[in-house]
Design a binder for this molecule. Structure first.
Ligand code: GLC
Length: 452
């Protein structure tokens, strides 16, 4: 019997490409996750969040979905997923999957149809605008993955919006048919027994209906044309944000104990960040927002204390606090701080009320990978940067000290880190000061003390 979300103490994030390969192709898969459930159980984990494993051309490694209702062959099959789900439930582990509602892949059949002609019925599933008189983009919006957020479709002569890569066209949430499609997709997975969804990039579901220019940032970063050179006061959090979010989350009401947790980074440039939290968290009782402020905070006890208390203060009603130290988009916590500070912050995080989120490998103190420019696979800008690429936090899970770390029998898609932190070194030495032992002790403590 799995516990209710209210009584769960931990959530373990798995980036499926990097957790465990069972087919010998150097890329992790769903059967690999199933095979490691006993490890997660021993660790004291009560829920997992699996990053996207849906059919995808992988330009953003699964965050570019071409079929929301199937598994990409890289990761296995729908039956593999069903088995994972039932094996997890048999161990009392809940399963949360990733919903990517704001954009699809440009290979999704909806977009293939939409771009085929201006009067195609699927055209309004996406956001199209005429060029300005001089042929330029409809406004100054920037893509979060670098460059402009508009791509000219030569065939139909209009620009389409892409808040991320040009292979990820934005869905038009102002179209009720799109909102219905998304709620049906949520139902598809909830009917199968999935317990919850982590909802990707939620800020983009509503935009300025007039498509006004974003304001220039008065303190721009070095690159004055980059995303950070603008205040995003038109391209996100539009007037229908709360309504659409509530519509999506209300699917949970049709089921017992389902939960949504929204990807969320407060944006200081958009005003009171705690008001933003309030808007997201209070949108629906079965919705929560991740606490990610550790990512940006200096090592300062008072800042940490007040940010945590403010977040807890907003997490009233049925909202569940979800405390994170990192994820697949942020540098590893050990590399951001150092081992001792990261250990202290992990200690704190594991004792927070609500749910402590553990990013795979953080429990053994994994560090950012060391990659040459030619080894970078991520297409987000700065592309090919061995310093900033998100690949650094996505390297293979280090299970043991064999050449591919027990992750795969073949050369992995990203290189294994050369350091010695592995699951079995930590458990074999039995060092009670190790990161792993600390996680295990505190996670077990959480299981037996539901008030934490
Ligand atoms: C979210 C995901 C990130 C992805 C982006 C576009 O921020 O966490 O990995 O690239 O959305 O879907």
């Amino acid at each position: 019997m799995t516990k209710r979300w209210r009584d769960i103490g931990s959530l373990y994030q798995i980036y499926p490409r990097s957790f465990q390969d069972t087919t010998g192709d150097g890329v992790g898969d769903l059967n690999g996750i199933t095979g490691r459930l006993d490890y997660l159980s021993c660790l004291g984990i009560e829920a997992v969040w699996i990053s996207p494993f849906f059919t995808s051309p992988m330009t953003d490694f699964g965050y570019d979905v071409a079929n929301y209702r199937d598994v990409d062959p890289t990761f296995g099959t729908l039956d593999d997923f069903r088995r994972l789900l039932s094996e997890a439930h048999a161990r009392g582990i809940k399963v949360m999957i990733d919903l990517v509602p704001c954009h699809t892949s440009d290979q999704h059949p909806w977009f293939v149809e939409a771009r085929s002609s201006r009067d195609n019925p699927k055209r309004e599933y996406y956001v199209w605008k005429d060029p300005q008189e001089d042929g330029s983009e409809p406004n100054n919006w920037r893509s979060q993955s670098g460059g402009r957020a508009w791509m000219l479709d030569e065939t139909t002569g209009q620009y389409y919006l892409h808040s991320f890569l040009y292979t990820q066209p934005d869905l038009n949430w102002d179209n009720p048919a799109v909102r219905r499609e998304m709620t049906d997709i949520v139902r598809f997975w909830f009917d199968m027994g999935v317990d919850g969804m982590r909802v990707d990039a939620i800020w983009g579901i509503s935009k300025d209906p007039n498509f006004g220019d974003d304001t220039r940032n008065p303190n721009p970063p070095h690159d004055t044309e980059s995303y950070g050179a603008f205040i995003h006061d038109h391209c996100k959090y539009g007037p229908h944000f709360t309504q659409y979010l509530r519509e999506l989350a209300s699917v949970c009401d049709e089921y017992s104990d389902r939960h949504l947790v929204f990807e969320f980074y407060p944006d200081a440039q958009l005003g009171d960040i705690y008001e933003q939290y309030r808007e997201v968290i209070h949108a629906h009782p079965r919705g929560s927002a991740f606490f990610m402020e550790h990512r940006h905070m200096s090592w300062h006890a008072e800042h940490t204390r007040s940010a945590i208390l403010d977040y807890l203060h907003r997490s009233v009603g049925e909202a569940i606090p979800f405390f994170c130290l990192g994820n697949h988009d942020q540098p590893r916590v050990v590399s951001r701080l150092d081992y001792e500070r990261a250990r202290a912050l992990n200690f704190l995080n594991l004792l927070m009320p609500g749910i402590s989120v553990v990013y795979y490998g953080d429990e053994i103190g994994m560090e950012n990978g060391v990659l040459a420019a030619t080894q970078i696979r991520d297409n987000f800008s700065p592309a090919n940067s061995p310093v900033d690429s998100r690949d650094l936090e996505r390297t293979p899970m280090q299970w043991n000290s064999s050449s591919f770390a027990g992750f795969s029998t073949a050369e992995p898609w990203l290189p294994v880190h050369e350091n010695r932190s592995t699951v079995n070194v930590a458990s074999e030495t039995g060092d009670s000061r190790s990161m792993l032992a600390m996680h295990q002790n505190l996670l077990k403590l959480r299981q037996s003390m539901p008030l934490l």
